[in-house]
Write a protein that binds this ligand. Sequence first.
Ligand SMILES: [Zn+2]
Length: 126
Amino acid sequence: MISALGFNSNNIYRQQKNEIIDQRYKEIYAHEKAHKNAAGSLGGSIVIEKDTNGIPVGGHVDIKMPVLDKDNPERTIQHADTVIKAAMAPNSPSSQDYKVASEAEAIKNKAKNIKNQSGQRLNLLA
Ligand SMILES: [Zn+2]
């Protein structure tokens, strides 16, 4: 009786745990997949992190951040746009996602300034 009860509750626990693992995994995977799809060739593989109980607790996709290219600001702007789009792709971006997007936005603004300056210089020469 006691052992039967123990067995049953253990089973229920295991079933609930598997459901939690399944559900969490799907949620996290869908979030990371949205990043990866939008990142295209700039995105790395999807990594799902689990706690010691094997329950997924988070995930990430590495993304190549733009480097300010003074000779080709347009390329930097396009790169930054892809990073921003990829960071904001999931339905509910995390605070880390917003951070990545704002970092890319800052680099984009610097590139825009360089682009505008070179445009003005060309106008003065013309
Ligand atoms: Zn995210």
